[in-house]
Design a protein around this ligand. Structure first.
Ligand code: IPM
Ligand code: MN
Length: 352
């Protein structure tokens, strides 16, 4: 096959980790006889610096013309500490999600046996835990009407969802559950929030269409507790944008390092693949960041965007091997000699 891949490295460590994922993609293409071409675009703080816009029209067009987007991270401390900044790198990410219609964010939580002692949880809780968070990504409080009144002294954000938005994300979640262990947990706050009551109503209407799936409903506060006390309870967890943002950060620490978790955002146009971690500005340019989450995002790209499971597996096996053999960056090195970002990228590509 031939693929056009849009590369959006973004800010901070983004460019370094995306470079390593490109090595893995090229290695897989060589092994399986595919051809990948890459087109780079600007997003985030680097795009603001160059054009004034965190998601410029050029970048949008590059994404639309590609078969998949591989994304690094956005964010820059110059903006974080300035609450009056009119435009922020994160606006680029939100604009990209909205314009590309990326309504479903898939964040798998996976654990690696050799890293179980890195987890803040007891080994027996973590060993064998593996679940998929499906986060709605283009609705809710992130995009609902927001503003100030009373001379700026009162502020509001509206958590708004339409039936159609809820249905399309739940449909995906039910389908992923069918392909996995057939257990779906719908997370909401239906004891308080009207938007959550709509979610639950729609889910209860849809559940009978998926009789092979066991569906349960859980309030978000309870889910937050269960993720760290009983992570093995979950198979597929689906929730709205804001709850999903929080719960996926919580879930990400279970594996022992945020540097290991990949994600896919899929929807109406081109799908996007990115590590869960941010731009880690303190490490930018130092060649120390863990590239494995971005490399695993490339694996998800083969699986979810191109339907090439063997290719995805080849990347996953190489990543697992690098962890098991201890050829890893400092966050995972456990007192042993740490390798640089680019050395780990070369090792994984060579292993593929
Ligand atoms: C994420 C991030 C973003 C979000 C920020 C950077 C806007 O935290 O992808 O989870 O809140 O969605
Ligand atoms: Mn987040």
């Amino acid at each position: 096959m031939k693929f056009n891949i849009a590369l959006l490295p973004g800010d901070g460590i983004g460019p370094e980790v995306v470079d390593q994922a490109v090595k893995a993609v090229n290695a897989v293409c060589k092994k399986f006889g595919h051809e990948a071409t890459f087109t780079k675009g600007l997003v985030g703080a680097c795009a603001i610096d160059a054009t004034g816009d965190p998601f410029p029209e050029d970048t949008f067009q590059i994404c639309l013309k590609s078969d998949a987007v591989l994304f690094g991270a956005v964010g820059d401390p110059r903006f974080d500490n300035n609450p009056t900044a009119k435009v922020r790198p994160e606006n680029g990410l939100l604009a990209m999600r909205k314009k590309l219609g990326l309504y479903a964010n898939l964040r798998p939580m996976e654990t690696y046996k050799s890293l179980i002692d890195k987890s803040p949880l007891k080994p027996e809780l973590v060993d064998g835990a593996e679940f998929l968070c499906v986060r709605e990504l283009t609705g809710g409080m992130y995009f609902g009407e927001k503003g100030r009144r009373d001379n700026g002294n009162t502020a509001y954000d509206t958590n708004i969802y339409s039936r159609e938005e809820v249905e399309r994300i739940l449909k995906l979640a039910f389908e992923y559950a069918q392909r996995r262990r057939k257990h779906l947990t719908v997370v909401d706050k239906a004891n308080v929030l009207e938007s959550s009551r709509l979610w639950r109503e729609v889910a209860q209407e849809m559940a009978p269409k998926y009789p092979d799936v066991t569906t349960d409903y859980m309030f978000v506060d309870n889910a937050a507790m269960k993720i760290v006390t009983m992570p093995k309870f979950f198979d597929v967890l689906v929730t709205e944008n804001t709850f999903g943002d929080i719960l996926t950060d919580e879930a990400s620490v279970i594996a022992g390092s945020m540097g290991l978790l990949a994600s896919a955002s899929i929807g109406l146009h081109t799908s996007l693949f990115e590590p869960i971690h941010g731009s880690y500005p303190q490490a930018a340019g130092k060649n120390i960041a863990n590239p494995l989450a971005t490399i695993l995002s490339a694996a998800m790209m083969f699986e979810y965007a191109f339907g090439l499971m063997e290719e995805g597996k080849a990347i996953r096996q190489a990543v697992t091997a690098s962890i098991e053999e201890g050829f890893v960056t400092e966050d995972l090195a456990n007192g042993a000699a740490a390798h640089s970002t680019s050395e780990v990228g070369d090792w994984v590509a060579a292993h593929i």
